[in-house]
Each structure stands twice: as structure tokens, then as C-alpha cells.
Design a protein. Structure first.
Length: 276
């Protein structure tokens, strides 16, 4: 039986990992590399002071190591992750050296007791901090909260596009709104003729300020200001929540992220996974 995460992975990559649960592990490694900007290692083995071996789903290598435990319960039960998983991984840190913190990733959420334990670990000096992350295939409800890219075409001496990610804004909310541009010092641009591309830092929309992610120069010369809103390339397929931060990854974004962290070897692939 394939999980919902397995199905998503196959749709993206057109192959399936050999090990049960590995699809979410690989996706987690890809997402951590992209979202948290961390160098990650998937499926690492560490040896404790006792000589015992520990399989680590995802390892982040810094001055100290960060353990990432990944659980996909979408195979059958869809049960939320319990406190026992957190305690088990916390216990392993007593035997492992140079562990700074633990991330636990779930595709089905966490029980209230698990959330309480993780929250308590942040202030308990006897415990390693545990941070909870939700990573799962996105739903239609998620997709209603737009993760839109603004393409603001400023037409004047030289046309160019301002590209920035804006989460939680729907297309309907944007229509007819005035867009104000600010430079990197927070000063408003009042004359487009004197607009310096390299100095554009923010745009204001619906009384909220958004940072410009990147700038793409246009080709055509024209006059006036035009607003164009488009979704990121591809369709939203993956939802991530970490604390108060939420993000939707499109199929194109996730596929690229997976390719960035995974070297496709024959040992990773199997035409018909043994858990189907």
C-alpha cells in the first residue's frame, strides 16, 4: 500500500524509493535544504558512545549536529504523532555526541501531549530542544491561501518586473489596489523616470510591506504602471508549517529541491516497491 506521500513522490520523480517511508525523508531533506537553507544528509548512520548504531532520517551538519526524525503515518492510520516518538529520539541524544537540537517531522500532525512536550523542551536545560514541523501533501483548502508571485511591470525608461513571494494573499484582494514602491532605505519612489532597479527593496500592498525577492529586467519600453499577478510556476503540491511560518511548494519547486539533494543511483530505485 502506498501512502499519500509515496504517490506524490512518484508523480514528481517517476520512480519510488526502495525503503518504506523514505519518500517523506527525501522530501524533508529537500525542503530543509530549500526552506531552512541548511546542508543536509539523508539516511545517515551515527555511532553512539556505547557503540550502538543509530539510523538518522535526515542529518544537518553544523558545528554541532541537528537530528531530523521523519514519520509518515499516511499509509493507513493517519494518526497524529505521539509523545513517545519525541521521547525516544530525545533518549538517543544521551548516547550521541555533539547534538544541538532535534526536529521531528510529521505528515499527520502531532498530539497535544507531543506539542506540550516539545514546547517544554525549549526551556528545559536537561533536554535537547525539540522543534515540530508539519510536511504533507497540500489540500484544496491550502491552495485557497494563495502563495502568489507578483509581477509588477513598471513601464517607463526601461521596463522590468519585480518578483516577490507573497503568502496568504488571493488574486481578488489585489485587484484595484495601489502599489507603492520603496527603495532599500524605506523611502518611497515618487518618479518612475528616476527609478533605479538596484535600489528597489519593498512594495506596499493592502497596507502591508513586502520585501522584493528578485528583479527581472523586461524588454519592451512603454509608459505607465501595470499590475500583473500570477501563481508560481507549477501547481501547489506540498504544505509546510513550522511554528507560525507556512509555505506551499509547487511541483516544479519541489522537484528541483529533491534533485538538488538527491543523487539518483540505481540502489535508490525499484520499479515496484516492496511495500506496495
Amino acid at each position: 500500500m502506498r501512502s499519500e506521500v509515496d504517490k506524490l513522490f512518484y508523480e514528481l520523480m517517476e520512480y519510488s524509493p526502495k525503503k518504506k517511508g523514505a519518500a517523506l525523508e527525501i522530501i524533508t531533506a529537500a525542503v530543509f535544504n530549500t526552506f531552512f537553507k541548511e546542508e543536509v544528509i539523508h539516511d545517515e548512520e551515527l555511532i553512539g558512545e556505547s557503540g550502538a548504531k543509530y539510523q538518522i532520517d535526515v542529518l544537518i551538519e553544523k558545528d554541532e549536529k541537528v537530528l531530523v526524525e521523519v514519520k509518515d503515518r499516511t499509509y493507513n492510520s493517519n494518526k497524529k504523532l505521539e509523545i513517545g516518538i519525541l521521547r525516544e529520539r530525545e533518549g538517543a541524544t544521551l548516547d550521541l555526541q555533539n547534538i544541538s537540537e532535534i526536529f521531528v517531522v510529521s505528515a499527520t500532525g502531532f498530539t497535544s501531549s507531543a506539542q506540550k512536550y516539545a514546547q517544554g523542551s525549549l526551556s528545559n536545560q536537561r533536554l535537547k530542544p525539540i522543534k515540530l514541523v508539519d510536511i504533507r501533501p497540500s489540500t484544496e483548502d491550502d491552495k485557497e491561501e494563495k502563495t502568489a508571485e507578483f509581477h509588477l511591470k513598471i513601464r517607463g525608461v526601461k521596463a522590468f518586473d519585480l518578483l516577490l513571494n507573497v503568502e496568504g494573499i488571493s488574486n481578488d484582494e489585489i485587484g484595484g489596489e495601489q502599489v507603492i514602491l520603496y527603495n532599500t532605505q524605506g523611502e518611497e519612489f515618487d518618479e518612475f523616470e528616476n527609478l533605479c532597479i538596484s535600489r528597489v527593496g519593498y512594495v506596499k500592498l493592502n497596507n502591508r510591506l513586502y520585501k522584493v525577492k528578485s528583479i527581472k529586467e523586461g524588454k519592451d519600453k512603454d509608459f505607465g504602471l501595470e499590475e500583473i499577478v500570477s501563481r508560481p510556476k507549477g501547481d501547489p503540491v506540498l504544505y509546510l508549517r513550522y511554528g507560525e511560518k507556512e509555505k506551499l511548494f509547487t511541483d516544479a519547486q519541489l522537484r528541483e529541491a529533491i534533485n538538488n539533494v538527491l543523487i539518483k543511483k540505481e540502489s535508490h530505485l525499484i520499479e515496484t516497491p516492496n511495500y506496495l
